[in-house]
Design a protein around this ligand. Structure first.
Ligand SMILES: [Fe+2]
Length: 239
């Protein structure tokens, strides 16, 4: 091979290697990527503004990804999936909540990925099919479920999340503080609302109840919730 060609290959290799290695070692690191919401940032207007998405996804969510990539570089968490990082780093053997433990950014990344796919343009309305059947069986009615879900979101003191989940064959409403997520719990998440102030302050200021009501009435993707329920049931049957 001509020398010029060899040099060109070497240069490309060095560039790729330098982008894929941590600054402190020559070990190749896997960079977790920021996933974009599956719709344009203005698609949820007027219920969740483009400005909110620009900050919430473009700044906060991006920051979690950037920080986690820095935290895991060169550690034994490097190269694991996001789910594996969340589970392996949970508590680190300490009773302290995840949000206070390094690396602390895996769970909020997972939660936000899950959030963006829990909502959609033209969302809201009513669930249907098997999901509706189980809601009526386990809560009595859709309104009763949504009332409990909203109550969980409003009574989560400070920052956190309210979830609809599937546990041992039943639908359940749960809430988690700070950045804790259900991967370390005993239920499969189906739906989430983020009640950190950064989720709603630009559009609703301190009116969390208005935000949660609008989230329920105008944004929830019941299609996504139904698909997740089907997966959870299939997984429980094959377990
Ligand atoms: Fe958030």
């Amino acid at each position: 091979m001509p020398n010029e060609e060899l040099n060109a290959i070497s240069i490309v290799f060095l560039v790729v290697q330098s982008r894929a290695t941590s600054s402190s070692s020559s070990r190749v690191t896997a960079q977790l990527e920021l996933k974009a919401p599956p719709y344009p940032l203005d698609a949820l207007e007027p219920y969740m503004s483009q400005k909110t998405l620009e900050f919430h996804w473009g700044k906060h969510h991006r920051g979690y990804v950037d920080n986690l990539n820095k935290q895991i570089a060169g550690t034994d968490l490097d190269g694991l999936t996001l789910e594996e990082i969340v589970v392996k780093s949970y508590n680190n053997g300490s009773p302290l909540p995840l949000s206070t433990m390094p690396p602390r950014h895996g769970a909020p990344i997972w939660n936000h990925d899950f959030l963006w796919t829990s909502i959609k343009p033209g969302g809201g309305g009513k669930p249907s099919g098997l999901l509706l059947e189980l809601i009526e069986r386990d809560f009595g009615s859709v309104d009763a479920l949504l009332s409990e879900f909203k109550q969980a979101a409003l009574t989560q003191f400070g920052s956190g999340w309210a979830w609809l989940g599937y546990r041992a064959g039943k639908l359940v409403v749960e809430k988690t503080a700070n950045a804790v997520n259900p991967l370390v719990s005993d239920y499969t998440p189906l739906l989430v609302v983020d009640v950190w102030e950064h989720a709603y302050y630009l559009d609703y200021q301190n009116r969390r109840p208005d935000f949660v009501s609008t989230f329920i009435e105008k944004l929830i993707s019941w299609d996504a919730v139904s698909a997740r329920l089907d997966e959870a049931i299939a997984a429980s049957k094959s377990a």
